[in-house]
Each structure stands twice: as structure tokens, then as C-alpha cells.
Write a protein that binds this ligand. Structure first.
Ligand code: MSP
Length: 649
């Protein structure tokens, strides 16, 4: 089976952001899953460079458009690489291979009478690259609810495309092919729009010359949307390239909801006029909105640097968050706090911790070797059945362009695996020699379930198999989707490794602190210097120090007088502590483990000569000591009646 999937081609007028990355990540996950199914996949993305707004942005940057777009296109390519996007091609509309197909199609449509010359008089919105008639404007501005910006009056000689001629044929096609426009709500909007009547479309411009020239009338450049849509076939080598013959029609054009009209009205009419089959499906997903409500977009100024986000959290967590957060057809909300929350709960805790704790048991109870399993009980049977159900559901949801639902199904399996650990309680089995065979079955099931999790996660987070592979003895088990429903694959005797947690927990305040330009000094379990933002499960013993080095640390007993939560930082507590005569403020990352009132009156240990650091705008004058490991923390206290300020050594 062939599978051809495309993303929109992005305007390189500014660097890509989280909103624009969503479509590419989602298409990548779909492409990866189909490849794992054995399909012959072609996954296309690229850049839409011949827009008038590009000329304007380049001008204001004092650059010629070519130099300007070359720089931004590199940013796109770099980002896709960091996000492990597996596109098979990247098309730029300034490439000759594209321009020549656009010119050929324009000429053909002109020669067959579908394009004619006339004069355009009306309005143009450059940010949207859209023509508007006077009666559509809202208060004289662009009627696109996401835009509302100034429009310009155009009066110029133009070529027009006879859209009206194809109106009835298109309407019938949409009605006869319910799968063509998805989700259904967008389909209904489009039906209404077409029923309202289609006007012929202006398809050339003469007031600037950046773009693809109309070959028989070179003072005209082709309208950017007609030019851009053609990328889906020019990249395949239309009309007679091998890839065109093999992959067209596309299985899915994955796009955002704002550009559904271009893809389901203009594009199918162009294809009908060329007598080419239509794509199977155009799926218009929602937008990522900021917490405040607006679409994440450069023009709204609410975008965060995607490169910085990847540096902070890694590519897989960002992919996971975006895919999980956008429910099919609806808008999603993006915030860094929510991203960290998901990372810590779904990835570090549910998935990562399952892997660490089960492998630790194989290390402990079977000397790091995968045992031979004994007979299955109902618990194993249930787990095995669930893995094949989840595999089928995830696959079906991905064909329906719904990665959030696919991940939800996979996380049901993750939860079931965690429950299996509690139900089987291997720590009890290990105490009873007569339960050795049962213990072996449980340990084996752990290891094989981790292999399955590696497969199920692979399309969404391609880094997961890479991380799991060395833990499970280096075998290459992750490229075939169907293997997620098969068990007893890992050979008994394989030596496993516990390794480091595959998704260490992250403390967002470490990064917030970094932004404030502080020294990033470690404060208890709270914010740490950026490179130490993750909490290792077994911290390696640090470099040896002398007694003189240790003597530099001034540890004192202090009494907690007051404790309260720090606003908008769910991990931080603000403490007031008594140190002799002095009262100090300490910010400590222990809010998840203590209610503020639990600490009041306790005598704790303070690193009293630590350089103050600012956390969430509060100056922390030292830090208190605590013992901690994955999931648990205890502040060190003294029980006897020491006075505050007593030395600890
Ligand atoms: N160049 C055209 C597409 C031509 S396709 C033949 C274009 N480019 S764009 O860069 O403005 O937008 C590209 C895609 O990014 C659109 O599908 C748009 O919906 C998507 N997104 C831009 N901001 C977004 C969010 N905040 N959230 C999700 N997707 C968003 O339109």
C-alpha cells in the first residue's frame, strides 16, 4: 500500500513556532506509523516562498527576498531535524522544479479556457494573501476573524480562473465523498460556502514581481495560493514523474482549519480542471491557543522560541505534548506549565518510572537476566489482549488523523502495566522460593511489555525506542508495528540494564530562574542549574573534596516560623526561618511533599552561607536540606531542643 501525506508549505516570513510545528509533528507520526505497517510512504513538507508578505518582511529587514527566505528556510529545516521529522522531500516554491510545473499548469488552464484575462478591482489582505470583495469586509478590514487587519485596494489587470464553472461538480463530489473533508464540521462549513456561490478567482498579480511569472505574459506573477497548492504534485514530478505515478492522489493533506477553504475549493477545482483525481482526505485540525485564548502566532507576539523549548525539554516530550493536547477537530491550549506537567506525569511517572522500577526488579531478583517465563495467568492474558486492542485502536485513530486519541489508548496500556506491577507484587514473590516460576513469568512480562511500549511510542516519540534499546540488550525490536500485539519475543537470558530514567522529571522553575539571569544555585529539591534540571534516580557520587572544602559549608539549625505556597509555582514553598536573631526567607522546592502548615515549628538544617538566589522574584537566603529520591522527599529535622543557629557538622 502506498501512503502519501503532506503538510501545508509554510510561509518563511518568520521562524517556525509551536503552532506551525504541530501539523508537521502530527503528519510525521502518521507517516512513521504507516512505515512501520509496511506501507510505501511519501511524506512531504516545504515552504511557500512567493508571497507578497515575504517581499514586505524582507524589505523591512533590509534584505532581498532570496537572502531573507534562505535564512528562514534553514531554520525550518533545522527545527524539523531536531524534532526528528522524517519527511521524504522538502519542496521550496522558489525551486525551478516547482516553477516549471506551475507555469505548465497555468498555460494549460489558459489554453483550455479555464483562465481568462480581465481586470481586478477589489481588496487584498497581504497577511492572509487573500482577495476580498467590498461587501465581505468587516468595518473596512479583513473579515478573517483571526486577522482583522488593514486591506489594500487593488485595481490591476489580472488573469481569472473560472471557479464558478466547477461549482456544481465540486458540491456533488463533496456530498458523494463524506471522507473528503474532515472533520465533518469543516465539511458542513464548506458545503455552505460553496452553496453561497463561487466567484471566479483572481490568479495573477502585476504590482510586484516576486513570484512565478506567467509564461506567456511575464508582467504577471501567479497568485501565491494557486502556486502553493501545486506543490503537492510538483514535488512528485507531475505530470510524468515516477513519484507522481506512484503516490498521487494524496491519502491526506493535513492542514490547519484556517486554510481548509483553499484546499477544498480552489485545489479540487484546479485538479478537476486538469482532470486529475482528488486527494482522498483533507483534514483541518484546530489551532494551538495560548492560555489567554488567542491563536499562537508570530503576529500576536505570543510565540516561544521552539529551539529553546527543545533544548529545555527534549524533542520527544514536545512531540508528545502537542500530539496529546489537540483533540481531533478542536483547538488545543499550549503553555509551558502544562507541557512540564504532562512530561512529569505521563512520561516521567507513568511511562519512565514503569520502565525503571520493573527493570530494577529484573536486576535485583534475577541478576539482570531475562528469565524464561512460566505459564500465563489471567493477569498476563489480560495484558496481552489489551496490547493488541490498543495497537488496533491507535492505528485506526491515526488513519483518522487523531493522534490524541491514539495516545490516550496507548496510555491505557501504560496504566494497565503499572497496575500489573501492583497486582503481581514481585517483591513478595521474591521472598517465597516456591513462587520462583511465577516470579519469572512476571519479570519476563515486564521486559516484554517494555519492548511493546517502545513500538507503540515509536511513531509519536521516535527517541523512545532509541532509549529503550540499550536497556533491553540492544535488540532491534521496534520497527514493526504488528509486533506490538505479539509477546514472548525477547529471548530469555538477555542481559538487561536498568540505566537512567528515560524521561527524568523536570522542574520548570529551573528554567524560569535561568531567564531571570540568576546563578541558578541549587535550592533543596527546587530549581537547579539548567544542566541539572533533571533529578537523576541514583545520583552518582560527586568528585572527592577535602575536609577544608567541606568546612566551607556553614550548616545551621533553624526553626520554621512561617510557610506558604509560592503563587504560580506548584513546587515551591516560601519559608521564614529563625536563625538566632535573624529571620530569613528561603524558597524551597518541596511543595509537592509538604503542606505549608506541616513545616511550621520544625527545626531544619539550613545551608546558611549559600549565595542568595532569586526564585520567582523572591530572594532565597540559603537552602534547607532534604533527603530525596524518585517520588519521595523528607526534610531533615533535629529532634532535640537545639537553639536556632546551632552548628551542624
Ligand atoms: N503558506 C500557507 C499554506 C499553503 S499550503 C499549500 C500557510 N502558511 S502558514 O505558515 O501561515 O501556516 C501553515 C500552517 O500552520 C496552517 O495550516 C496553519 O493552520 C498552521 N498554524 C499556524 N499557527 C497555528 C497554531 N497556533 N496552531 C496550529 N496550527 C497553526 O497558511
Amino acid at each position: 500500500m502506498k501512503y502519501y501525506i503532506t503538510t501545508p508549505i509554510y510561509y518563511p516570513n518568520s521562524s517556525p513556532h509551536i503552532g506551525t510545528a504541530y501539523t508537521t509533528i502530527a503528519a510525521d507520526a502518521m507517516a512513521r506509523l504507516r512505515r512501520m505497517k509496511g506501507d510505501d510512504v511519501f511524506f512531504l513538507t516545504g515552504t511557500d516562498e512567493n508571497a507578497q508578505k515575504i517581499v514586505r518582511t524582507a524589505e523591512s529587514a533590509g534584505l532581498d527576498p532570496h537572502t531573507y527566505v534562505d535564512g528562514i528556510v534553514e531554520r525550518f529545516k533545522e527545527l524539523w531535524k531536531l524534532l526528528q521529522i522524517s519527511n521524504d522531500d522538502f519542496i521550496r516554491t522558489t525551486e525551478e522544479r516547482h516553477a516549471k510545473v506551475v507555469q505548465q499548469i497555468f498555460t494549460k488552464l489558459y489554453e483550455q479556457g479555464d483562465i481568462y484575462k480581465s481586470e481586478y478591482e477589489g481588496w487584498y489582505c497581504t497577511p492572509c494573501e487573500t482577495f476580498w470583495t467590498e461587501n465581505k469586509l468587516v468595518d473596512g478590514k479583513c473579515p478573517n476573524p483571526d486577522c482583522g487587519r488593514e486591506v489594500e485596494l487593488l485595481k490591476e489587470e489580472s488573469y481569472f480562473f473560472r471557479m464558478s464553472k466547477y461549482q456544481d461538480r465540486l458540491l456533488k463530489y463533496i456530498q458523494d465523498h463524506p471522507e473528503f473533508i474532515q472533520p465533518a464540521s469543516r465539511r458542513n462549513e464548506m458545503i455552505k460556502f460553496i452553496e453561497g456561490g463561487l466567484e471566479d478567482l483572481c490568479v495573477s498579480r502585476t504590482t510586484f514581481n516576486w513570484g512565478i511569472k506567467v509564461p506567456f505574459d511575464p508582467k504577471h506573477v501567479v497568485y501565491v495560493w494557486l502556486d502553493a497548492l501545486i506543490n503537492y504534485i510538483s514535488a512528485l514530478g507531475y505530470p510524468d514523474g515516477e513519484n507522481y505515478k506512484k503516490y498521487w492522489p494524496a491519502n491526506v493533506h493535513l492542514i490547519g482549519k484556517d486554510i481548509v477553504r483553499f484546499h477544498t475549493v480552489i485545489w479540487p477545482i484546479v485538479l478537476m480542471a486538469l482532470d486529475i483525481p482528488l486527494p482522498e482526505k483533507v483534514f483541518g485540525h484546530g489551532w494551538f491557543l495560548s492560555k489567554e485564548g488567542g491563536k499562537i502566532s508570530k503576529s500576536r507576539g505570543n510565540v516561544q522560541d521552539s529551539f529553546e523549548l527543545i533544548r529545555r525539554y527534549g524533542s520527544d516530550p514536545i512531540r508528545y505534548f502537542l500530539l496529546r493536547e489537540m483533540q481531533a477537530g478542536m483547538d488545543g491550549t499550549y503553555s509551558e506549565d502544562d507541557l512540564v506537567e504532562r512530561l512529569n506525569s505521563d512520561l516521567a511517572n507513568d511511562l519512565g518510572n514503569y520502565i525503571s522500577r520493573t527493570l530494577a526488579m529484573v536486576v535485583k531478583y534475577n541478576d539482570s537476566k531475562v528469565p524464561s517465563p512460566g505459564p500465563d495467568t489471567d493477569l498476563e492474558k489480560e495484558l496481552k489482549e489489551l496490547s493488541s486492542q490498543v495497537m488496533a485502536t491507535a492505528e485506526e485513530k491515526m488513519l483518522a488523523c487523531d493522534p490524541a486519541a491514539a495516545l490516550e489508548a496507548i496510555w491505557q496500556f501504560v496504566s494497565r502495566c503499572n497496575k500489573y506491577v501492583d497486582e503481581t507484587a514481585p517483591w513478595n514473590l521474591a521472598k517465597d522460593p516456591s513462587q520462583r516460576e511465577r516470579l519469572n513469568t512476571v519479570l519476563y512480562t515486564f521486559v516484554d511489555s517494555i519492548r511493546i511500549l517502545g513500538i507503540l511510542c515509536a511513531p509519536f516519540m521516535p527517541g523512545v525506542p532509541e532509549k529503550i534499546k540499550p536497556l533491553l540488550g540492544g535488540g532491534d525490536y521496534y520497527g514493526d508495528w504488528e509486533q506490538a500485539a505479539k509477546w514472548n519475543i525477547i529471548p530469555p537470558g538477555t542481559v538487561i540494564e536498568k540505566g537512567q530514567p528515560i524521561f527524568p522529571r523536570v522542574d520548570i522553575s529551573a528554567f524560569t530562574e535561568e531567564e531571570q539571569g540568576s546563578t541558578g544555585t541549587s535550592q533543596g529539591e527546587g530549581p537547579q542549574a539548567p544542566e541539572k534540571a533533571v533529578t537523576p534516580q541514583i545520583a552518582p557520587i560527586k568528585e572527592e573534596i577535602s575536609i577544608e572544602d567541606f568546612a566551607k559549608i556553614d550548616l545551621r539549625v533553624v526553626k520554621v516560623l512561617k510557610a506558604e505556597k509560592v503563587e504560580k509555582a506548584d513546587k515551591l514553598l516560601k519559608l521564614e526561618v529563625q536563625l538566632g536573631e535573624e529571620v530569613r526567607t528561603i524558597v524551597s522546592g518541596i511543595a509537592q511533599y509538604y503542606a505549608p502548615e506541616e513545616l511550621v515549628g520544625k527545626k531544619v538544617i539550613l545551608v546558611a552561607n549559600l549565595k542568595p538566589a532569586k526564585l520567582r522574584g523572591i530572594v532565597s537566603q540559603g537552602m534547607i536540606l532534604a533527603a530525596s529520591e524518585e517520588g519521595t522527599l523528607e526534610v531533615l529535622t533535629v529532634q532535640k531542643e537545639f537553639s536556632t543557629g546551632a552548628i551542624v557538622k
